[in-house]
Design a protein around this ligand. Structure first.
Ligand code: ATP
Ligand code: MG
Length: 591
């Protein structure tokens, strides 16, 4: 069986989707890199980095950035660093640092020995700040945060110069050293770059480089009480590491002139910044601040709740790294923001799971069927194919007996038109077994609820062993009552009902479209071959979808399965509509 562990690291030998790359989506960054390499820029080197801030778990948007940065460096025999952008001592936690590394590895990428922290560069950044002060390009400002904001101006109005802007170099050096020595309280002074208060680009209006923050840092402890702003730390960190292509999301386009200004004025290695559009997904929020709220307010069961769009949530839900990487490849890289339909992600997942998942029978909402003409003590072991997509997966034996469970949804007392499943007097085939006929419906006398069905089986119709000339339209999955293993099954749905959860009315926030039915828990039964299933194992429950053994619950509590994704492929339909053509996938819906 396939477990999360086994699929880990299999990437190079078992890379998915090469046959699908007929339509390689546009990736303008790849083109830039090719041009640079051909022109001999950076000596033909390609060195990227993934720079997460350790203030939350990674989500699917980060996966896009990870696939880009690590993927491009691999493609061009370059290197990719992992660097924690840990410039803010207040929001960062060790738990995030651990989880981020775990998630990147699980996705199948490796930073080798290149794990860095922006905090490693605090000393160098401080030296460089002194240099800018000496060159008359930075100054200590005594204005308060509010005043600085007010002086900054707006998009239509130029900013005003601070009265402290023209302090002498000596005074600035003295003040800055005293800031570092801890002489001033939080917020009392800042160090600013001296650029231009009238620049049309607000980022160039003397941006703050350092602030005073008397707080312990997870790595530097109490060594510092001034901390570099992100805009001051980021570009220089890239420069120190010799990054050639500094790939970031679109909102940093307006920051590029500032980053270039710092690099130019310091005269250090200049990485090339390239911006791309952030991933946004329907029915999902991807802001870490919002995800944190879901966790803190108990709307979900932690960062790795299987409904969360986090890498760890997807992992627990049963996603494969291959499917996520395939998705990231297929969405391509663009220069303008757009929203990707979540059904595309699910489509990539199904394609991968369809190939690799053993098929088994599980009855999610059991209804008992007694085969009145089947001998009471007889048990037959029927041959069942493990994966029709993969003959090498072999077969297994499934026990069949007089009492079986079928799905409640597979019986209707009063069947509507085109209902080809079981109904009074009707016949269906039991998968891998016999044709049965419904003879009697047994109900609870008081409630009228259906308790069980009495059926007869036709001994001449055993699958595979006798010619099957009788046509029955419905084929149902089932589990033998005496051999059934009870299991908890968790059906997950989208966390938000609205395609755009951020599109809310007045006085509402994104939580207003939280889906109240995003989790349904069922008491189900599964076939006995699953008694040794291990956490992380992935399976297709025939006709019910793809499931995995929950990795979070104690095994002695019994088996718990998470529904990874249903079988119905809405993306295939969308695609069909778009292209007007037949889509190849999603064909595993029937059994
Ligand atoms: P948030 O705004 O949710 O806090 P962030 O961009 O601040 O996200 P970081 O930890 O700084 O989160 O992100 C690390 C890297 O991942 C950055 O290079 C960022 O550009 C990239 N990234 C974050 N979110 C997305 C997204 N939705 N799509 C693509 N890349 C993303
Ligand atoms: Mg960020």
């Amino acid at each position: 069986m396939d477990s999360g562990k086994e699929s880990n690291g299999n990437r190079k030998t078992n890379s998915t989707g090469n046959e699908k790359k007929v339509n390689v989506p546009p990736n303008f960054i790849r083109n830039i890199i090719i041009e640079d390499r051909d022109a001999g820029k950076h000596g033909g080197r390609v060195h990227t980095r993934f720079p997460p801030e350790p203030n939350g778990y990674l989500h699917i948007g980060h996966a896009k950035s990870i696939c880009l940065n690590f993927g491009l460096s691999e493609e061009f025999s370059g290197k990719c660093n992992l660097r924690f952008d840990d410039t803010n001592p207040i929001k960062e936690e060790e738990e995030y640092i651990r989880s981020i590394q775990e998630d990147i590895r699980w996705l199948g990428f490796d930073w080798e020995d290149r794990l860095y922290y922006a905090s490693d560069y605090f000393g160098q950044l401080y030296e460089w700040a002194l240099r800018l002060i000496r060159d008359g390009k930075a100054y200590v400002d005594d204005l308060s945060a509010d005043e600085i904001r007010e002086y900054r101006g707006t998009l239509t109005e130029p900013g005003r110069e601070s009265p402290y802007r023209n302090r002498s170099v000596d005074e600035n050096l003295d003040m800055f050293r005293r800031m570092k020595a801890g002489e001033f309280k939080n917020g009392k002074r800042v160090l600013r770059a001296k650029i231009a208060m009238s620049s049309p680009n607000l980022n160039m209006r003397d941006p703050v480089m350092y602030r005073i923050l008397h707080a312990s840092h997870h790595r530097t402890g109490d060594e510092w009480c001034i901390y570099p702003m992100y805009d001051w730390a980021h570009g220089q960190s890239d420069s120190i590491e010799g990054i050639t292509h500094s790939i970031c999301t679109l909102e940093f386009e307006d920051h590029r002139p500032l980053y270039d200004w710092f690099i130019r004025n310091l005269g250090v290695h200049a990485p090339q910044q390239i911006e791309f559009a952030r991933l946004a997904l329907t029915n999902t929020v991807l802001s870490k601040r919002k995800l944190l709220r879901l966790v803190q307010e108990g709307k979900v069961d932690g960062w790795n709740d299987p409904r969360m769009p986090t890498i760890s949530g997807f992992r627990r839900r049963g996603y494969t790294p291959e499917a996520i990487r395939d998705f990231c490849e297929r969405i391509g890289v663009a220069k303008s923001n757009s929203v990707v339909d979540i059904s595309l992600l699910e489509h990539c997942l199904r394609e991968d799971l369809n190939r690799r998942s053993p098929r088994v029978m599980a009855v999610l909402r059991p209804l008992k069927v007694v085969l009145t003409n089947y001998p009471e003590d007889r048990i037959e072991y029927l041959d069942a194919q493990n994966n029709p997509e993969d003959p090498s997966a072999g077969t297994r034996e499934v026990p069949f007996s007089r009492e079986i469970y079928i799905e409640q949804y597979d019986f209707r007392e009063d069947p509507p038109g085109k209902y080809f499943r079981l109904a009074p007097g009707r016949e269906v085939r039991l998968k891998h077994a016999y044709i049965i006929k419904c003879e009697r419906v047994v109900k609870d006398e008081k409630s009228g609820e259906i308790k069980e069905l009495h059926c007869t089986y036709d001994p001449h119709t055993r699958s595979g062993s006798t010619p099957d000339d009788r046509k029955v339209k419905g084929t149902l999955h089932w589990v033998s009552v005496n051999h059934a293993i009870p299991a908890e099954v968790r059906l997950y749905d989208h966390l938000f009902t609205k395609a755009d959860p951020n599109d809310v009315g007045e006085g509402e926030d994104f939580l207003s479209s939280l889906n109240p039915n995003s989790l349904e828990i069922l008491n189900s039964v599964v076939e006995p071959s699953l008694q040794n299933a291990r956490p992380g194992d992935r399976l297709q429950f025939l006709r019910n979808g793809y499931f995995c053994v929950n990795a979070g619950s104690a095994l002695k509590k019994g088996l718990v399965f998470n529904r990874t994704v249903s079988l119905r492929d809405t993306w295939a339909k969308i695609e069909k509509k778009i292209s007007g053509q037949e889509s190849k996938s999603g064909s595993d819906e029937t059994v």
